[in-house]
Design a protein around this ligand. Sequence first.
Ligand code: NAP
Length: 485
Amino acid sequence: MALSTTGTTKVTAIAGDGIGPEVMEATKAVLAAAGARIEWEDMMAGAEAFKKGIQSGTPRETIDSIERTGLALKGPLETPVGYGERSANVSLRKHFELYANIRPVRELPGIRTPFSGRGIDMVVVRENVEDLYAGIEYMQTPGVAECLKLISDPGSERILRFAFALAQAEGRSKLACSTKANIMKLTEGMMKRVFERISGDYPSIAPSHLIVDNCAHQMVIAPEQFDVVVMTNMNGDILSDLAAGLVGGLGVAPSSNIGDKAAMFEAVHGSAPQIAGKNLANPTALLLSAVMLLRHIGDFAAAEKVEQSIYVTLTEGKNLTGDIAAKGTGVGTDKYVAQLIENLGRKSDKPSRDYAPISVPAWSPEQGVVAAKTKEVVGVDLFIDSALGPQAVGDKLQAAVQGSAFSLLTVANRGVQVWPPVGGHTFCVDHYRARLMLAAPIGATEGQAQIADLLGRIPEGMSWMHLEKLMRFDGKDAFSKLAGE
Ligand code: NAP
């Protein structure tokens, strides 16, 4: 974060698309009135950038500004339909390695929901850069698509340590890690194992683990039980929206994206093009995101002042925007902002939490490598495109690899063994996985000739499109097994 000579903090402001400019203007006005010492660097991203042909949706000057300030407050950015290629939001998160997505979910006074009065006050921490969102997808046959789910040990440790640090900074006592480790033992299981490995470092925080489908269920039947919940990227994406719905929905949901080099704060909602430019937009979500920004830069007094003004205004229900006002009483964005400014300095019955700065050490490049004393190859999984039936695939392949370094162990179709047949009722598609084992393990960098020989033996009626080595690290098999294998 960049402190200027005048004692103010420089923050890049990206107003964004649709209602973005209106909610950004509103937010800046309330922050200025609250005495927040922020110097804005106004930058552009989103639809305008895509229209100019900038494929990432983010101009170089905007990236440079965030490089300088280390901080951004961002309005919603339209995801292009029909032009450009990627989401500017995702580009920014990936460029700055904003690995932690933070979504506070706190019951707001005056916002009635079926869960009002339950005292919901949790934070959902979502890993923001790994998992299926790496965007590594392939059509393996004309009818079968693949997406790689990449979860790393350092990536898991980084987000988990962040979640523990956040729990400590907010004076919370519990951290639940929610995964699908019962099914995806290596990927989702990675986060669970790392959680178990490091949780002892945080004795003031009670750790627990729950399976993610149960987490969804628990969030709906007893959401008040949660304090901080941490998840891998896709689980966190889905459950953080669910959690936001418990306290009033996306229109009032703030978020932040934190990395070692930068932090970006944004409302969860989109650009709401239907109401853009009509003085109807509710700026509460961006304002609450700005409250998170103020706490991030250590301006706890201004943060509390703005948060309390929002609470007072929502409680009294006077001059609210149409989406949250009592029927027929809605006012324009400008009047709501004027009311918020008038209420600055007042205290609501709902106190703000006591926050302290979050302390998370930056990660060094060396921490990206997990060493093993031994790395061996014990076989390969060969992914095969074939219109043949499972018996023919297994029999032909078995005959073809006779005399090679490999022997055929099993053939599976979407994870289910179909050769040797086990009597199941598997509906087979044209995408098989043949597991071929070496007679004895070889070194990780050896075996190129044997693999080339194997690939040359693939019989007619089959083609291979993906080969995965079956590794053994420090004597432990590092791949999933078929049932009974
Ligand atoms: P959306 O923009 O969130 O809008 C859905 C509806 O929610 C709006 O039509 C409006 O309802 C209401 N709404 C949302 N925010 C509001 C606010 N601040 N004040 C009052 N009402 C609000 O979702 P979408 O229509 O799916 O997405 C529109 C565009 O935004 C897309 O291009 C999408 O890709 C993009 N988007 C960007 C982000 C981001 O930048 N982080 C996030 C999500 C979506 P009424 O029409 O009933 O008034």
